[in-house]
Design a protein around this ligand. Structure first.
Ligand code: CTP
Ligand code: CA
Length: 221
């Protein structure tokens, strides 16, 4: 009923959403990852589909049920996500990068399980490709919305990402604010755009998703 009641104001738009963590393997049994559960990105994908968009959801490993009426693209590593996003980029009108992409991966992946030895172990890591950092400067018609999770200097750090990656909007949140961040069903976000910033009140992730899509629709016009 909720779905039927929504205006189909995103009909005709192809919206790609990334969500969840990436997993960067170290050996056949271990990986590097982060606390992302995918809830915020899945909420955006679900809301966009209900509002009539043609949605592709590119996501790392999550425990969430698949979103109905969206193209589902499961991936594992940051490189997989880079490939999935860049290969679809030409066909996108909007990209919402809610995924928590690993910034570093183990420099080598052992073929066999690493056995423990006496003493400590150091793991050399190397940078992954920055997906938005790569496609931002090359965008044509695409509206690019990044996310930014910070524990301090949220506005300054997130504004720098807007400029550096040539984004149209950044949805920033401070991990240290109650009701925001990993795993929970609510969020407290600030929209950062080239003309300023606007903090939204504590809202459900589903309402935040609709507010993000409202803002994108307004700014694309
Ligand atoms: N992002 C990306 N590719 C990466 C890392 C991040 O496209 N390899 C995207 C994220 O999905 C997010 C935005 O860039 O939309 C900002 O991510 P964030 O981790 O907050 O910023 P970074 O630029 O990675 O900087 P740092 O982690 O040092 O704050
Ligand atoms: Ca990062």
């Amino acid at each position: 009923l909720h779905a039927i009641a929504r205006p189909k104001d995103l009909a005709g738009l192809h919206i790609a959403v990334t969500a969840g963590p990436t997993q960067e393997p170290l050996d056949p049994v271990r990986y590097l990852t982060n606390h992302s559960t995918g809830k915020m990105g899945y909420a955006v994908a679900r809301a966009a589909a209900m509002r009539g968009a043609d949605v592709t959801l590119i996501h790392g490993p999550t425990a969430l049920p698949p979103v109905k009426f969206v193209e589902d693209v499961p991936i594992t590593t940051a490189q997989d996500m880079y490939d999935a996003v860049t290969s679809r980029f030409d066909g996108m009108d909007v990209l919402v990068m809610a995924a928590a992409v690993a910034d570093y991966r183990p420099a080598t992946v052992a073929d066999d399980k690493i056995k423990k030895k006496d003493g400590d172990l150091s793991i050399p890591v190397e940078r992954t490709a920055d997906i938005l950092g790569t496609i931002g400067p090359k965008k044509t018609k695409q509206f690019l919305c990044g996310f930014s999770m910070e524990t301090r200097d949220m506005l300054e750090n997130s504004s720098a990402k807007l400029t550096k990656k040539n984004l149209d909007m950044v949805v920033a949140n401070n991990l240290k604010v109650a009701g925001a961040g990993f795993g929970v069903d609510t969020n407290v976000v600030t929209f950062i755009t080239p003309d300023g910033s606007r903090e939204l009140p504590l809202m459900s992730k589903s309402d935040v998703a609709d507010a993000i899509l409202d803002e994108i629709l307004k700014r694309r016009k």
